[in-house]
Design a protein around this ligand. Structure first.
Ligand code: HEC
Length: 119
């Protein structure tokens, strides 16, 4: 048992290290991954409706942070940054318990507007 635990710890630190090295350079998730996990799954709706757990809210903030670090296949880079930064801010505030910010996601997550410009 002890050995297994130690092995897990080593693996875990290794993952953390890798994560650290990538910070600020590469996004943790690709755009299609964020679309599946945050949008198709309905997670953003749950957060907006105030029905998400703290862990789910944190996940959404993480997903949007990754989204903002990606480059869209098309469209203006500045407009992309503005749209995705607004999502990050709202999701991070929601994760800290700001219900108004959470509700604002309903309007901020405009599938069509963003797809028309960047997809
Ligand atoms: C901030 C911009 C933005 C918003 C908001 C957004 N999307 Fe997307 N979405 C994209 C971009 C960019 C792509 C194209 C990704 C690519 O091809 O690499 C995409 C692709 C997708 C895909 C295809 C993913 C795949 O596997 O190729 C789905 C499904 C999707 N979006 C669903 C949604 C839904 C549903 C919503 C609204 C609830 C939504 N998106 C809101 C930017 C956005």
């Amino acid at each position: 048992m002890k050995l297994v635990a130690a092995g897990t710890m080593v693996l875990f630190s290794f993952v953390l290290l890798l994560g650290d090295n990538e910070a600020g350079e590469k996004a943790k998730f690709t755009i299609p991954q964020v679309m599946a996990k945050a949008h198709k799954s309905g997670l953003y709706k749950k957060v907006a409706a105030g029905e998400a757990s703290d862990a789910e809210k944190k996940t959404l903030a993480e997903l949007y942070t990754a989204l903002s670090k990606n480059e869209p296949p098309m469209g203006d880079a500045k407009a992309w940054k503005e749209k995705t930064t607004a999502l990050v801010k709202a999701a991070e505030a929601a994760a800290k318990g700001d219900d108004k910010a959470a509700a604002s996601l309903k309007k901020l997550v405009n599938c069509k507007a963003c797809h028309d410009a960047h997809k």
